[in-house]
Structures are given as structure tokens and as C-alpha cells.
Write a protein that binds this ligand. Structure first.
Ligand code: DOR
Ligand code: ZN
Length: 425
């Protein structure tokens, strides 16, 4: 099976050029000015042809939770130009043993039999008791890496994974190839428990304090700090890889007044000045990756006074970033670096996130002139809502290709099966 994408502008993390691309056997086989014969041809005139987005931070909720699943999550990802996701371990039960890790992989690979499946990898949850299994999944000694990272929650959030003991964290960082950290300090959170609103119950100080604690283990290994929310955190976390989420880049704490608990998320949305400072950090190369932290909850749960934290985002992250780029905030190449190239590189994912000969043919075609409003009705989330309802964006993915096959094309899905990623040892 071969597929030719012709007349498009090829966008990489380093630049852009005009070329036709032949995809063959699931790989990028040729860049050419000619028109080689192919089983299928896509005319991408006026379109951007970029690597599929690698979203290193999603919560697809299976097993045990009902606000998303791999059928709906895969559709949302593919419609949003995302071809690979790394799923978090705070499911029910949590992914904290090797047998649960294998069970989750089986669950994913047998899910959505008639629909598309996005490529995937899994993060492994750390507890104070499971370090031996953590190291068998992501330790230096493992011959094959079984998970994308060891995930540590320093502050409590959805699920009950929490590691407060810095000595345990030191051991995890020392023994694992990569540790992803939710850096909010539980001690600071507890000290602010009686504050009136969500943002002040989990203040920026909680994030700063957690990162300061992490600095004491910086020499021990590789750490990826999830969802940094401001310049201050990004600056402090300079020895680590730093992730920003679209919601901390595009929303601020005033959203809590507008949409109430739908805007409740951990770490919380910050002041407008922090949001702006996060953009400054991103422009100054102090952020390495964008992860959606797609963390949907059902409307009925968000309607409760004590609502859970988290918001969906896997389908809107690329359109938000492309729109911002077309408005002059950052270069398109930077978007590819933050959303495709760097996540693959940081998590040692083989052959993804780049427009190169021999790379996996996971490709997203974006129409930079397509402008439309975000509506929950048109998105594919099982939860049925989005914090960006009504926001007008320009630059949407129109075709998403997984392993050389069209998985999504202008609203229609095809039953293309993504695979588990492999990691370079
Ligand atoms: O807001 C959040 N929601 N932050 C987290 O750390 C977890 C996530 C979830 O799983 O709901
Ligand atoms: Zn998360």
C-alpha cells in the first residue's frame, strides 16, 4: 500500500519546503519533486504537511472510569491531528504493577474493533511500595522498555497515587530512564485547604516548592516536569524537561468565574500575568514540550460542588497552537518541535515526530485557511464538553495518517489500527 501526498508544504521542526511525499509500507519512503505512482494520491495544495502530533500526556480513563475510552479518545486524538498518545496511570485500578500494565495494553489493543485506534504508550504509576516493578518497566537494566516513564504525583489529584517521601522520589529518579512528575507540594496544598477557591487552595507556591524539592535530585537522573504554569516554575525547573499545557497557555483563573468547575484543573489555571509569563517562557526556549493533559470528567461530576479536577483537550491542542502561530505568537516550526519532535525525543519513542526518510508515516495535514468555532457537538469526547466552546480558530487538521493509512479525513474515520510505540534503549 502506497500513498502520495503531493503539492503540500512540508513542515518540520527545523523549517519547511515544498515536496511530494511517498509513503510506503508504513514509512516515509521518498521526498521528491516528481510524481511517483501510488495506490492513492492526496492533493495537499495550500496545506501544511507535518508529523502527527505526539501527545505525551492524556488520561483515556480505561480501565474503571467512564469519562473517556479508547474508542472515543482515539477519534478525538485523530480528529485533532494527534497520532500517538501516552496514557497516564491514574485509572481504576491504577497502572502500578506489571500485570496491570500488560492488562491495559491488551485492553487497548482489543478495544475499538470497528473504529480507528491511535498509536499509544503507557506511563507507569509510582507508589511507595512498587519500586521493584517500576524498575522492571522503565529501569536502566531492562532489556526492553515497557512504559514511557515512571509517573510520580507529588500532590494528590484524581486517583490516589501520591508519593510524599523525597527519598523514594530520589530512588525512582536514580533507577528509572525517565520520571514524569506532577510537581505540586502536598504539604503546601494541605496548608491552604481552608482557602475559598480552587486556585488559592493550590497556589503557585505549591508548584514552586515541589520543583525546589526536585532540584535536590536533579543530578540523579532524567525528570520531565508536567504542566508547568508560569515563567517562575519554568526557570526553576531548568535542569529538567518542562511541559506546558494548552489550558495554561490559553485560559486563566477568570474562567473559573465564567464556567465554574469546568475550569477546575490541577495545577489550577493561574492569573493572567502568569499565563503571559508562560508564553514568555515558551518563546525563550524554557519549555520543551506541549502535552494536552486531556483529563475529561463527566458533566454530572463537574456539576457537583466538590467536582473533580481536569478538562478535555486532546482534540483542540493542535488547532489552538496552529491558530496562535498563524496569529504570530510563535513559528510553525516551533509548534512541530514542541508537539511532535521533542515529545518523541524526550520519551525515546522510535521513528516518530519527524519528517524524515524511514520515519513512521504518521502525518497530519493542516488546512491553514480553515476557520471554525470549537463546539463540543463537533468534537469527539465522550464527556461532551470543552472549555473552549465557541472559540473561533484558524488552522485545523483535515487529514490524519497513521502508519501510512488515512485514519481521519474531513470528519470521517477509517478503522486504521495504531500500535504500541517502541522505545530506543
Ligand atoms: O486536573 C487534573 N486532572 N490534574 C491531574 O493531575 C489529574 C487529572 C485527572 O486525571 O483527572
Ligand atoms: Zn494529567
Amino acid at each position: 500500500m502506497s500513498l502520495l501526498i503531493k503539492n503540500g508544504t512540508v513542515l518540520t521542526h527545523r523549517g519547511h519546503f515544498n515536496a511530494n511525499i511517498l509513503l510506503w509500507n508504513g514509512k516515509i519512503a521518498v521526498f521528491t519533486k516528481n510524481e511517483p505512482k501510488a495506490d492513492e494520491v492526496i492533493d495537499a495544495s495550500g496545506k501544511l504537511v507535518m508529523p502527527g502530533v505526539v501527545d505525551p500526556h492524556v488520561h483515556f480513563r480505561q480501565p474503571g472510569m467512564s469519562s473517556e475510552d479508547w474508542a472515543s479518545g482515539s477519534k478525538a486524538a485523530l480528529a485533532g491531528g494527534v497520532t500517538t498518545v501516552l496514557d497516564m496511570p491514574n485509572t481504576k485500578p491504577p497502572t502500578t504493577t506489571l500485570s496491570r500494565l500488560e492488562e491495559k495494553k491488551t485492553l487497548i489493543s482489543t478495544s475499538t474493533p470497528n473504529g480507528p485506534l491511535v498509536n499509544y504508550g503507557l506511563h507507569f504509576g509510582v507508589t511507595v511500595e512498587n519500586l521493584e516493578e517500576v524498575f522492571r518497566a522503565v529501569g536502566w537494566g531492562t532489556p526492553t522498555i515497557l512504559a514511557a516513564s515512571a509517573k510520580v504525583f507529588m500532590g494528590s489529584s484524581t486517583g490516589d497515587l501520591l508519593v510524599r517521601d523525597l527519598e523514594v522520589i530520589r530512588q525512582v529518579v536514580r533507577g528509572s530512564r525517565l520520571v514524569s512528575v506532577h510537581a505540586e507540594d502536598e504539604e503546601i496544598i494541605l496548608m491552604h485547604a481552608d482557602k475559598p477557591d480552587h486556585s488559592s487552595r493550590r497556589p503557585k507556591l505549591a508548584a514552586i516548592s515541589a520543583i525546589k524539592k526536585l532540584l535536590s535530585v536533579a543530578q540523579q537522573g532524567r525528570v520531565y516536569v508536567l504542566h508547568v504554569t508560569s515563567w517562575d516554575e519554568a526557570e526553576l525547573a531548568s535542569p529538567f524537561y518542562r511541559e506546558a499545557t494548552p489550558h495554561h497557555l490559553f485560559l486563566n483563573s477568570s474562567a473559573l468565574k465564567e464556567i465554574g468547575n469546568y475550569a477546575k484543573v490541577n495545577p489550577p489555571l493561574r492569573e493572567e500575568s502568569d499565563r503571559r509569563s508562560l508564553w514568555q517562557a515558551l518563546k525563550n526556549n524554557m519549555i520543551e514540550a506541549i502535552g494536552s493533559d486531556h483529563a475529561p470528567h463527566l458533566k454530572e461530576d463537574k456539576a457537583k460542588e466538590n467536582a473533580p479536577s481536569g478538562m478535555p483537550g486532546v482534540e483542540t491542542s493542535l488547532p489552538l497552537m496552529i491558530n496562535a502561530s498563524l496569529n504570530g505568537l510563535i513559528g510553525l516550526e516551533k509548534v512541530v518541535e514542541l508537539m511532535c519532535y521533542n515529545p518523541s525525543r524526550i520519551f525515546s519513542i522510535k521513528d516518530k515526530g519527524k519528517m524524515e526518510l524511514g520515519a513512521d508515516a504518521d502525518i497530519t495535514i493542516v488546512d491553514p485557511n480553515l476557520e471554525k468555532k470549537v463546539t463540543a457537538e463537533e468534537l469527539h469526547y465522550k464527556c461532551g464538553w470543552t472549555p473552549y466552546e465557541g472559540v473561533r480558530l484558524r488552522g485545523w487538521p483535515i487529514i490524519t495518517i497513521v502508519g501510512g493509512k488515512i485514519a481521519f479525513r474531513e470528519g470521517e474515520f477509517f478503522p486504521v489500527r495504531g500500535k504500541e510505540v517502541s522505545y530506543a534503549v
